[in-house]
Design a binder for this molecule. Structure first.
Ligand SMILES: [Cu+2]
Length: 315
């Protein structure tokens, strides 16, 4: 029953969001999203503002421009999937983007459990990876890739891992967090519909970290997921390790544009000491800067606030 209720709430939230979405896709990769035709464009209600599904954020569709994300059966401990191409057959040729042919990002619907992993491609077009679905729950799985000869795509699919689910409230907005002994602070706040600079500064034991290691062609990798529908915003740093001006910490700056007001969860992957660390933040777009948010904007700790509740607004 609870699941059904949640799904219904999610569908309503998604409908509301489609109408308000615009102008994403120009984050750093100048992906010519506007030129693509999304076959699912007819599914959501027409956008009264005259926009089209071409301007949707990534990750909301399981099938787009003829490419479909298809999980396949896998042994325990493994996650496997294929990308079916316009001809219906598994795609076997991909471009390298950010050092990899395939970026697989997962998070639970409550925005917990984020993982970013890189599966291996078998000759038959099956991608396999040690499962990043680390426990029970309803997961959103994003495949971020560029088929050879095509344009970059992020497809998303829901995968349920059975078991007892403990839904976690979204942490309140904060400008500082710790992970693996590192302290990461966030300055800047996303503003709906315009490009905002977000700077993440990394320190350890009170000392700035100035020897970040390149990871996926950058000193940091930032993913933003929108609360309510998990729209996927792939944000990249303002600068690369070999451009002669970008320093390996302690600050990594990103240019981000979020499509709508509301809460987002940011996930910063950075490589230091030979390990990838992930720092997470909740931010509220369209509100005061995160340091000045007058009251916690996450769900009440008592729970019961379903994802996608349309009335949960932050202006
Ligand atoms: Cu990746």
């Amino acid at each position: 029953m609870r699941t059904l209720t949640k799904l219904a709430g999610f569908a309503v939230g998604l409908t509301a969001v489609f109408g308000a979405t615009y102008g994403i896709g120009r984050i750093v990769d100048p992906t010519p999203v506007a030129e693509s035709r999304h076959e699912a464009a007819a599914t959501p209600p027409a956008d009264e503002r005259g926009g089209t599904a071409d301007q949707l954020p990534g990750g909301l569709l399981v099938s787009e421009r003829g490419y479909t994300l298809e999980p396949v059966d896998a042994p325990a401990g493994e996650f496997a999937f294929r990308i079916a191409g316009p001809d219906g057959r598994p795609v076997t040729r991909y471009e390298v983007a950010h050092d990899k042919q395939m970026h697989l990002i997962v998070a639970r619907r409550d925005l917990s459990g984020f993982r970013h992993v890189h599966p291996e491609l078998a000759p038959d077009g099956t991608w396999r990876v040690d499962t990043p679905l680390t426990g029970p729950g309803q997961w959103r799985v994003f495949a971020d890739f560029t088929p050879t000869g095509g344009e970059p795509l992020t497809l998303g699919v829901d995968v349920t891992v059975p078991g007892e689910l403990t839904e976690r409230p979204l942490p309140a907005p904060a400008t500082s967090t710790t992970v693996d002994g590192y302290t990461v602070t966030l300055t800047g706040a996303p503003q709906p519909g315009r490009t905002s600079s977000l700077t993440l500064t990394i320190s350890r034991d009170g000392q700035p970290v100035t020897d970040l290691e390149p990871y996926l062609g950058a000193y940091g990798h930032l993913v933003a997921l929108r609360r309510g529908d998990l729209a996927y915003l792939h944000v990249h740093p303002d600068g690369t390790p070999d451009d002669g001006r970008t320093r390996p910490g302690p600050a990594v700056t990103f240019l981000a544009e979020v499509p709508s007001p509301g809460s987002y969860r940011l996930y910063l992957d950075f490589l230091h000491g030979g390990r990838v660390h992930t720092a997470e933040f909740t931010v509220v777009a369209g509100a005061a800067p995160t340091g000045d948010v007058p009251s916690p904007s996450g769900p009440a700790p008592t729970g019961g606030a379903d994802h996608g509740t349309p009335g949960h607004g932050h202006n």
